[in-house]
Design a protein around this ligand. Structure first.
Ligand SMILES: CC1(C)O[C@H]2[C@@H](O1)[C@@]1(COC(C)(C)O1)O[C@@H]2CNc1nc2cc3nc(N)[nH]c(=O)c3cc2[nH]1
Ligand SMILES: [Zn+2]
Length: 371
């Protein structure tokens, strides 16, 4: 069985389709829950599936440090290890090294760094990143790239992008011939249209099974991100999946799909669930807020997740305030369920050629501030 992508419908720049892989289909636009250290925090894998997720994300950086890719390989690979038999996409490590590790040294060869866990020294190169992702057994492998911290001057962004393109070629060469598995290239170039175009052309020349818009969601803000997404996805091959890395809040996601993005991932729904923050169709609810203490209503009357079906806001407020484990479990489940409902709503709206209506209803429902 091979890896393939078929588009079913488009509406403006928005598209809906299906990515077929040997481990199952991925309905696009798709949201990938983040399972950084071989677990989507506070969730059993079956619960992640029940929220509607077709694929989840793992991280080369974290897994190479602990428990190591070699140990996971000896134990049968990441799918077996974490009891998730559907597709997994793994990020290639460069971004996480720059945001989490210390004493980093960047050269043409790759990056050396000290582990944020125990201070041990490590190196990642394009070749080592491909080896790690192969040992993990991930279905979609990300090329090894460098994501420059913004703000950065144009010269630095150009240099960094060109290094990432040389690393993209080395990633492609090291990936080898792996039927049923995909290697995605990552576009860089900051917020510079011509540098993004140069990057896209280089990636097309090399040839990948999918293309990511990298270098965004690094603090540039939604307006600048949307400004870049007004042209960047269109620079990438239209018959391959387009993956926007690290995004985002619900309204970021709607705006990205509107501009032609097919896949996204973000720690937000799970991370904010663990801090008592709920995302609902009417906006954000902070369950730490005392006003929920006596509220018998569900978090969201229209939501069918276990948190909304079986518990009151008063209960959620209580377990959040008491820092009970069930708080993170219930709110993570609700947030991931809401994110998947949002994706399903957009897939249907695009198929019905009514994305505009969907977007208007999405924004109209969202009350200002805490609800
Ligand atoms: C490290 C962690 C958990 O990932 C989140 C969050 O912190 C944080 C850190 O700074 C903020 C902005 C506040 O959000 O940015 C992450 C979400 N944005 C993002 N993830 C990305 C992953 C990427 N991977 C690769 N290989 N290449 C990229 O260009 C790339 C760009 C990305 N942008
Ligand atoms: Zn719910």
């Amino acid at each position: 069985m091979s890896f393939s992508f078929s588009l079913n419908a488009t509406d403006g720049a928005a598209r809906t389709g299906v990515i077929s892989t040997p481990r199952g289909e991925i309905r696009t636009p798709a949201f990938m829950p983040v399972g950084t250290a071989a677990t989507v925090k506070a969730m059993m894998p079956d619960s992640v599936r029940q929220t509607g997720a077709d694929i989840l994300l793992g991280n080369t950086y974290h897994l190479m440090l602990r428990p190591t890719a070699e140990r996971i390989d000896r134990l049968g690979g990441l799918h077996r290890f974490m009891n998730w038999d559907r597709p997994i996409l793994t990020d290639s490590g460069g971004f996480q090294v720059m945001s989490l590790a210390s004493l980093r040294k960047l050269t043409e060869r790759g990056v050396t760094f000290k582990s944020h866990i125990d201070g041990s020294k490590h190196e990642i190169t394009p070749e080592r990143s491909m080896e790690i992702q192969k040992l993990l057994g991930s279905d979609i492998v990300m090329a090894f790239d460098e994501c420059p911290a913004l703000p950065a001057d144009r010269e630095r962004i150009a240099e960094s992008m060109r290094l990432s393109m040389r690393w993209a070629q080395r990633s492609r060469d090291a990936f080898g011939d792996r039927p049923g598995h995909a290697l995605f290239g990552i576009q860089q170039g900051g917020l510079e249209p011509d540098l993004r175009e140069e990057s896209a052309e280089k990636l097309r020349e090399i040839g990948f099974e999918g293309y990511a818009v990298g270098g965004l969601a690094v603090g540039e803000g939604q307006e600048a991100m949307f400004g870049c997404l007004d042209y960047a996805p269109g620079q990438l091959p239209e018959d391959k999946p387009r993956y926007l890395m690290g995004v985002g809040k619900p309204d970021d996601i709607v705006g990205a799909v509107k501009r032609g993005i097919d896949m996204m991932d973000c720690v937000l729904p799970s991370r904010s669930g663990r801090t008592g923050q709920a995302w609902t169709r009417r906006g954000q609810v902070n369950l730490r807020n005392a006003r929920h203490a006596d509220d018998p209503r569900p978090l969201d009357e229209d939501c069918t997740c276990p948190a909304c079906r079986n518990y009151s806001r008063a209960y959620l407020h209580h377990v959040v305030r008491s820092q009970e484990m069930i708080a993170g479990m219930l709110l993570t489940w609700h947030n991931l369920h809401y994110y998947q409902e949002l994706m399903g709503g957009m897939r249907d709206a695009i198929a019905d050629h009514d994305f505009e209506g969907f977007e208007a209803r999405f924004h109209a429902r969202r009350a200002e501030g805490d609800i």
